[in-house]
Design a protein around this ligand. Structure first.
Ligand code: ADP
Ligand code: TRP
Length: 328
């Protein structure tokens, strides 16, 4: 039997380069590997764990699916679906919550960060976020999860839940591991932290035009371009990471030599980088425009994906219902 892969993205906005390199690229690599059966969902239920707008969620859940298709995820090869179309995720998450303690959930760095960001919104849904994600992964008995490095603590929770459910109820959930890509950590344009939707000015979106990419890179902090040692953190280091991800390690080394030699001209570096980034994004943007014009096709992908995902999900939930005493 083929090994399974499951991944998802929260339906909180347009995809940026971090989502693309850390998430979608890994999803694509596994989709094209015949050893795996791949299931990719839009995590729309996860969107309500932080403050959100109903109208925006209604459009974002569909937009993320269109982004998947535009980037090359193929409904002939992968099951593409919306999480909320398979309501069994909520049921399984509840069952899983019975083997995890509140203390374990409260100590997760991702939980603490979000509480800091939204102190008025430390909800039960937020605390439960990793268990809903564990339910997503365990539902399809996934072995591999292509996500960025920031999601590692959540994958660890999924493994822990699998062990506990197996030990307590004699089930046989696999312990999933993260599938890492080269771009597992895409740094922010602002010089500190990771590129993120929730940090204004930190990200280049997959839908940005060449002008927008140039304007965003122009604002990225730099220095005089010259020195004894190439900085390992901050704006210059982040720019060089982007150069490496899009232009290759040799291009990065060339700039590093310039830094300790004649000096880097950041204007040229940024213009060149913008052009290479846009070249990679342009075909995705073209495909996206076609998909937006064909809503019947997008609807059919969503409907068929939900059917396929539901069939697998029902098998798993029935096993758990039986093991936990809800069916005899
Ligand atoms: P954001 O932090 O921008 O809200 P999400 O939490 O929706 O992004 O993440 C969706 C996917 O993109 C996950 O697989 C996540 O690991 C990946 N991802 C997000 N930001 C980055 C980044 N800066 N570098 C690499 N991967 C990232
Ligand atoms: N928590 C993930 C993120 O923020 C999104 C997600 C939800 C997910 N369920 C998942 C990722 C299951 C992988 C597998 O990006």
């Amino acid at each position: 039997m083929k090994k399974r892969v499951l991944a998802g993205m929260r339906a909180t906005g347009r995809l940026h380069l971090g989502n693309y390199l850390g998430g979608v690229k890994g999803m694509l690599a596994l989709q094209d590997n015949p050893a795996y059966e791949t299931l990719y969902m839009v995590a729309d239920m996860h969107a309500v764990t932080t403050p959100y707008s109903v109208e925006e969620l209604q459009s974002h859940r569909r937009e993320v699916l269109i982004d998947y298709l535009a980037a090359g995820l193929d409904p002939e090869k992968s099951v593409l679906f919306l999480q909320s179309d398979v309501m069994l995720h909520g049921e399984l998450a509840f069952y899983l919550s019975s083997v995890m303690t509140i203390a374990r959930m409260q100590h997760l760095p991702t939980f603490k960060d979000k509480v800091k960001q939204y102190p008025e919104h430390a909800t039960m849904a937020l605390l439960n976020y990793p268990l809903l994600m564990a339910a997503d992964i365990l539902m399809y008995k996934a072995d591999k999860v292509p996500v960025g490095v920031d999601q590692e603590p959540h994958i660890e929770v999924a493994r822990e839940v699998a062990r506990k459910m197996n030990a307590q109820y004699g089930l046989s959930f696999p312990e999933a591991i993260r599938f890492a890509t080269e771009g597992e950590y895409v740094p922010s344009l602002l010089g500190a932290g990771k590129m993120s939707k929730s940090v204004e000015g930190s990200a280049i979106d997959v839908t940005d035009s060449l002008d927008e990419i140039e304007a965003k890179l122009k604002k990225a902090p730099t220095d005089s371009g010259k020195g004894d040692e190439v900085p390992k953190t901050g704006g210059v280091a982040n720019l060089l990471t982007l150069v490496e991800l899009f232009e290759g390690v040799e291009a990065k080394q060339k700039y590093e030599q310039q830094y300790v030699g004649e000096g880097i001209r950041y204007g040229d570096l940024k213009k060149q980088l913008a052009a290479v980034i846009f070249k990679e994004l342009q075909p995705i943007q073209q495909k996206r425009a076609e998909l937006v014009a064909d809503s019947a096709y997008v609807d059919s992908v969503i409907t068929k994906g939900a059917e396929k995902a539901r069939a697998i999900a029902l098998e798993t939930v029935n096993e758990v219902r039986t093991a936990m005493g809800f069916r005899s």
